[in-house]
Design a protein around this ligand. Structure first.
Ligand SMILES: [Zn+2]
Length: 160
């Protein structure tokens, strides 16, 4: 089998940031942009706590699907199996810089979130007790302050 595109990125040199993972065109001609929202340096920093990444999933998906400008473009948000980031799929031909303000809003929402995690009930989620809001807030704050506040080229482009 062919090695898929996301396995050809050199993860040993990958920084935190917003990266365009791929663009696909559906049979009906719609363009879908897939973003790699990388929260930690792969293999050089600890992975994100799994329960915290689950909480980030619930909060980010809720925020994005309620966003007045972007909700109609949101196809999917979900965690990477390696626990170093999340994937965001949006309708349209978009680049990382196009969604930087949206990611600042999203992680600002998570960093400040208080109260009941949306969808964290046995009826709404397959593992509702597996959440860690305090750690999700810490991870979001760190990503905001250290990466999204002033991203460099290495935070918006995959290593060459
Ligand atoms: Zn869940």
């Amino acid at each position: 089998m062919k090695k898929i595109a996301s396995f050809t990125i050199d993860h040993t040199r990958l920084e935190r940031g917003i990266f365009l993972s791929r663009r696909d065109t559906t049979p009906s001609g719609d363009i879908i942009s897939t973003f790699d929202i990388r929260l930690t340096r792969p293999n050089r920093e600890p992975a994100v706590d799994g329960a915290a990444l689950h909480t980030i999933e619930h909060l980010a998906a809720t925020f994005l699907r309620n966003h007045p400008q972007w909700s109609q473009r949101v196809i999917y948000w979900g965690p990477m199996g390696c626990l170093t980031g999340s994937y965001l799929l949006l309708s349209g031909e978009l680049a990382p810089a196009d969604i930087l303000p949206l990611m600042r809003e999203t992680f600002g929402f998570i960093a400040a979130f208080e109260g009941e995690i949306p969808g964290a009930t046995p009826r709404d989620c397959g593992n509702y007790a597996y959440n860690n809001l305090e750690e999700a807030r810490r991870v979001a704050r760190r990503f905001l302050d250290e990466v999204l506040a002033g991203p460099g080229e290495e935070n918006l482009n995959y290593p060459a």
